[in-house]
Design a protein around this ligand. Structure first.
Ligand code: NDP
Ligand code: 2IT
Length: 449
């Protein structure tokens, strides 16, 4: 295990996010490796931490003034032992190989937990859609897909959205794929409802996150009813996490974007959430504008260089980080627990640093790692693929019921795997162990490839 980490440090210097993700998994699967030395055979760990394929390409595009910009496109195809490569595309200026390798690595385990057959991948670009016109975003997506289309397919690699890639971008990407390949297939998920998308896919990650949190609470005979909740982010995952919490009787106190956060002591109710949805999805505005409409709420900028994030210093019962990686450090974690938080359910990928996770585990609060609690999104992507293959559409209730069943099953799988290896109640250990065992078993069955 130590050798694997050393090997990554030596061969991939500077890939700190990738190193962090591998470290977390390798530390928690140590008891499995001790009991099953066969999992080390045939360089299984070396293969697990080496992408099957990485595609990197130039994406030139013209802005509305005719100036040419050059961005970088990526697809990291990490592991296809249990199914075709599957995972999102992220458009954000911070995107680099380390971030995409960490995300693709996480995706392998997450997808293994969904009960469906999907391998893990991630891709994207350092293109920033913020402040760009629709036509600029379209031209970028078209040039990005012109190259990516050579490497993906409905049975080989099926991308979807992630940060900065929503229904608008998936539409432009799908249109270009269809044109250059002359085929209408389920090569992307997250499609619009009128052209192959699935009901509940937009809601799935957030709803699934809350279903998972409810399952965790049920182990201590509690529910979300009346609980105060902190949410970070105001994108796809945050909005639908908020929506489901409100539906289940919880009170959402905060939401944020990369400039700051709002705190509404009265709670963000259904009507206020609809305002934020329109603000973010249609007007593409900033969360600060919430206080122009609801003056009783407070807005705090978070761009200053504090060693903690004030959103996590608010008093509440539950926290749902739904923005981005490493948004909760050790100090934030202590602030959360000291201010009453007893449940943390990750909507984002790796939002908690390892030291923060250790605070939650030491203080024995309910903590769900994203690869379990946010797996509802990719699970419903799998259901979208199933519907595309059948050329049928399921109802909202059908998809939502399947999502609930899947989240319940992931929750139970985590508990069982953790208990089997002496880590009862540790969802991080359970998720990593269950995902690891499923993928490595498949790799060993399939020989050295
Ligand atoms: P969106 O682009 O819809 O929203 C992202 C939100 O997070 C925005 O409010 C954004 O603010 C904020 N944010 C992004 N980067 C930063 C940053 N560096 N600092 C502070 N705030 C930031 O993305 P999603 O909601 O789809 O994704 C959010 C997280 O959930 C990601 O970690 C993603 O990997 C994960 N996830 C998403 C799934 C999905 O189905 N979409 C599935 C599973 C996980 P701003 O607009 O100012 O940038
Ligand atoms: O992180 C994720 O699971 C996603 N962005 C969704 C991936 C997918 O293929 O649905």
């Amino acid at each position: 295990m130590i050798d694997i980490l050393k090997r990554i440090k030596r061969r991939d210097p500077g890939e700190k996010e990738f190193y962090q993700a591998v470290q977390e998994v390798m530390e928690t699967v140590k008891p499995v490796l001790d009991r099953h030395p066969e999992y080390r055979q045939d360089a299984a760990l070396e293969r697990l931490t080496e992408p099957e394929r990485i595609i990197m390409f130039r994406v030139p595009w013209a802005d509305d003034q005719g100036n040419i910009h050059v961005n970088r496109g990526f697809r990291v195809e990490m592991n296809s032992a249990i199914g075709p490569f599957k995972g999102g595309l992220r458009f954000h200026p911070s995107v680099n190989l380390s971030i995409l390798k960490f995300l693709a690595f996480e995706q392998v385990f997450k997808n293994a937990l969904t009960t469906l057959s999907m391998g893990g991948a991630k891709g994207g670009s350092d293109f920033d859609p913020k402040g760009k016109s629709d036509k600029e975003v379209m031209r970028f997506c078209q040039n990005f897909m012109t190259e990516l289309s050579r490497h993906i397919g409905p049975s080989s690699d099926i991308p979807e959205g992630d940060i900065g890639v929503g229904t608008r971008e998936i539409g432009f990407l799908f249109g270009m794929y269809k044109k250059v390949r002359n085929e209408f297939t389920g090569v992307l998920t997250g499609k619009g409802l009128g052209w192959g998308g699935s009901l509940i896919r937009p809601e799935a990650t957030g709803y699934g996150n809350v279903y998972f949190a409810s399952e965790m609470l049920s182990t201590i005979n509690e529910t979300l009813e009346g609980k105060t909740c902190l949410i970070s982010g105001s994108g796809n995952v945050a909005l639908h996490t908020a929506e489901k919490i409100i539906e289940l009787g919880g009170k959402v106190l905060t939401m944020s974007d990369s400039s700051g956060y709002i705190y509404d002591e009265e709670g963000i109710d259904r009507g206020k959430l609809d305002f934020i949805k329109r603000l973010k999805n249609i007007r593409r505005g900033r969360i600060k504008e919430y206080i122009d409409k609801y003056s009783e709420a407070l807005y705090t900028e978070t761009e200053s260089l504090l060693d903690y994030n004030p959103i996590w210093a608010q008093r509440a019962d539950c926290a749902f980080p739904c923005a981005t990686q490493n948004e909760i450090n050790e100090k934030d974690a202590s602030n959360l627990v000291n201010n009453g938080v007893r449940l943390v359910s990750e909507g984002a990928e790796m939002p908690c640093r390892l030291e923060a996770i250790h605070v939650f585990l030491d203080r024995k609060i309910l903590y769900a790692p994203g690869k379990a609690s946010n797996a509802g999104g990719v699970a419903v992507s799998g259901l979208e693929m199933a519907q595309n293959s059948m050329r049928l559409n399921w109802t909202r209730e059908e998809v939502d019921n399947r999502l609930k069943m899947i989240m319940k099953s992931i929750h139970q799988t985590c508990l069982d795997a953790a208990a089997e290896f002496g880590e009862s109640g540790n969802y991080m250990a359970g998720a990593n162990i269950a995902g690891f065992v499923k993928v490595v078993n498949a790799m060993l069955d399939q020989g050295i490839v």
